[in-house]
Design a protein around this ligand. Sequence first.
Ligand SMILES: Nc1ncnc2c1ncn2[C@@H]1O[C@H](COP(=O)(O)OP(=O)(O)OP(=O)(O)O)[C@@H](O)[C@H]1O
Ligand SMILES: [Mg+2]
Length: 209
Amino acid sequence: MTNAKLKIENAVIKYEDTIVINDLSLQVHGGEMVFITGANGSGKSTLMRGIAGLLPLSAGRLERSQKMSYVPQIEEADRDFPACVREIVLTGTQRKKKFFYTRRDYELADKVMKELFIDELANHEIKNLSGGQLRRVFLARALCGEPDLLLLDEPCAGLDVESHRILFRILENELANGCAVIMVTHDDSDIEGIRDSRVIKISDGRIKI
Ligand SMILES: Nc1ncnc2c1ncn2[C@@H]1O[C@H](COP(=O)(O)OP(=O)(O)OP(=O)(O)O)[C@@H](O)[C@H]1O
Ligand SMILES: [Mg+2]
């Protein structure tokens, strides 16, 4: 796949009989930042779920890195899941099924929680977190997978100014290390926050330049 971390060709994604993504093609390389924009209901999250492998393609081809981490839109999170912050973040290290976490997994989880300023929440139940705190927990979980393809669906919703700044610093670092990042956003200031990014707009199930 050369340096392409994602290659979608003529993808069709639908819910029962309703086509949401229609004949969409996209290629993203390591170190590349792609923003996905478009109106509410245009299919951005559907496309992300398709790329993540949570929805099947009805037609077309999808080739992507196995080292993929996906952060869903916050509305999709199950807040009642009985787990504390550290437990959720640690699951991000589980790319291959293992019975135990290694010392390195714990160290990585601690490092990432510190970077996102949630280390003091490590033992808190996720159901008691604020929206912005929960968002940072899911970001930490994704980073623990050491991805080379990072999918972020509206990650900035509910983040305060400082958390937003930290996220973008982390993203710059991931991009410099060769990770491809795809981020859904409605906010132009996100797009301006990363140099040399590509912006694609979804409309009627397709990419509008
Ligand atoms: N699980 C589902 N079952 C059936 N239809 C769905 C499902 N999820 C989304 N849809 C429909 O698919 C279309 C695209 O939804 P999607 O969530 O991908 O939009 P979006 O661009 O992410 O919107 P937003 O900006 O509001 O997050 C909408 O018409 C929506 O109603
Ligand atoms: Mg969405």
